[in-house]
Design a binder for this molecule. Structure first.
Ligand code: SF4
Length: 453
């Protein structure tokens, strides 16, 4: 038997959290670099330049690649000849994540209960842990950091055995198209096929750590062919398949953005080997992006912009996302004065990481705007000038924004380290208790945005 101290496992998990959040997979980096080189227009070139430079900045500054430092998902393969001493392995994993997220000023994004108590647990636990007992005396740990923007685009479909490949491919293609910009493409798509509905979903996550078998490789190649132009939204496709019931053929998709954050290791007694996840010396790329700078106070200039225009925003804006908007609604319903007067103002749908020592703000970036659609009437009818987020708005939200002559701008997702450099001042002005979801007043300089509405 081999004895492994749970305190050692806790330290290893702590390290895995740092590696996953700040370092980037070299193969995916090369795939991004290829996309950069193949870019045919300035918008795409700028997008990939930002992504690549954000990866460099995160590694240099040891700060998270994205402000959504996610829900942590851990897969453990524990040898049947391993004895874990002191705490349980689950407690060790949770303690490692708690310490890593607290000590390193990562965003805590986990709430106590999905339906009955959406209070933030404030330490990013509990972790979702899946354990398999395997032959041997070692422990393999795979850790992934799962952001919600892409996760919310995930899908599962229960096909039956008579289904054609084309029907499965069509489901995958439709799901990719539907995810749009919400999932911060290009995507790393995880596909799970087999088992039951829940098992297929699990396979679609395990797929990120799985080496493709020959027939799985051929399936992915056929799928990429089928996707045609839609494949430009794909960085990589991972697939894991298994046995299933004679009457079933479940297919599950886990959407992962380009900011695919993961780390692995093998523990052997009191030593550990991390799977290749070390700082890489990626090249910094010059950004040719140029656009006019406009002050937040210059409503006339902002109003004259057309949809598709890029610009750089300078001035005072406010952050507010799901929980703050819910509170605004409660205030309006009770006829209470809002803590901030949003007339003529710009709201950035964003929840930053906490600031580390010497930082004005932690990594910050846009969250999915569609979740704020239900508050559009409330906010724009009360004078809000513009919102900034990512992804498409519903037709209803579009109509409301147009009705009040408001604007909707988008910021690029998944480049939170870079965007944090545009913030020159930050202070919490309301709902401090909401943590990352508190309302902040920011002074931004040359924040790169695009007009959508
Ligand atoms: S890159 Fe986009 S989808 Fe991915 S975690 Fe960040 S905000 Fe979410």
């Amino acid at each position: 038997m081999k004895y492994v101290d749970s305190n050692f496992i806790e330290d290893v998990v702590y390290e895995l959290c740092i590696k996953a959040n700040t370092l980037f997979d070299p193969d995916l980096y090369n795939a991004l670099l290829q996309k950069y080189k193949n870019s045919l227009n300035i918008d795409d070139k700028t997008k990939y330049t930002n992504i690549l430079n954000n990866i460099n900045l995160a590694a240099e500054s040891k700060r998270p690649l994205c402000q959504d430092t996610g829900q942590v998902v851990v897969f453990i393969e524990s040898g049947n000849k391993v004895v874990i001493t002191n705490k349980t392995i689950n407690n060790a994993v949770n303690d490692g994540v708690n310490k890593a997220y607290t000590n390193n000023f990562y965003r805590k994004s986990v709430v106590k209960n999905a339906i009955f108590d959406r209070t933030n647990t404030k330490n990013n636990t509990p972790v979702l842990i899946y354990t398999d007992i395997v032959e041997g005396d070692k422990i393999n740990i795979h850790l992934m950091v799962k952001g919600a923007g892409s996760e919310n685009c995930s899908a599962v479909k229960m096909f039956t055995p008579g289904v054609s490949r084309e029907e499965i491919f069509s489901f995958i293609k439709d799901s990719i198209i539907r995810s749009g910009e919400k999932s911060c493409p290009p995507l790393v798509l995880g596909i799970g096929i087999g088992g039951t509905m829940d098992y297929a979903a699990l396979l679609s996550k395990k797929a990120f750590f799985h080496i493709l078998e020959a027939d799985e490789k051929a399936f992915v190649a056929d799928l990429l062919k089928y996707l045609g132009d839609t494949a430009s939204n794909i960085l990589d496709i991972r697939l894991m398949t298994s046995s299933t019931h004679i009457a079933s053929l479940p297919v599950a998709l886990t959407f992962n953005c380009h900011s695919m954050r993961h780390a692995s290791c093998v523990i052997n007694g009191d030593s550990v080997v991390y799977k290749p996840k070390k700082k890489n010396n990626f090249l910094r790329i010059e950004n040719d992006f140029s656009a006019k700078e406009i002050l937040c106070s210059d409503i006339a200039a902002l109003s004259s912009l057309k949809s598709g225009d890029n610009f750089l925003l300078t001035g005072e804006i406010y952050t507010a996302r799901d929980a703050a908007h819910k509170k605004f609604k409660e205030y309006y319903d009770l006829n209470k004065k809002l803590p901030v007067d949003f007339k003529g103002k710009i709201v950035f749908y964003a929840g930053p990481c906490p600031a580390a020592a010497g930082e004005i703000i932690g990594p910050i970036g846009p969250t999915t705007s569609a979740r704020m659609d239900e508050y559009c009437e409330l906010m724009y009818s009360n004078g809000l000038f513009a919102s900034v987020g990512k992804g498409e708005r519903s037709n209803e939200a579009k109509n409301i924004i147009e009705k009040y002559k408001g604007r909707y701008f988008i910021a690029q997702g998944g480049i939170a380290c870079l965007l944090s450099k545009c913030v020159k001042h930050a202070e919490i002005v309301a709902f401090d208790e909401l943590g990352t979801e508190a309302v902040r007043k920011l002074y931004v300089e040359r924040l790169p945005l695009k007009v959508v509405i």
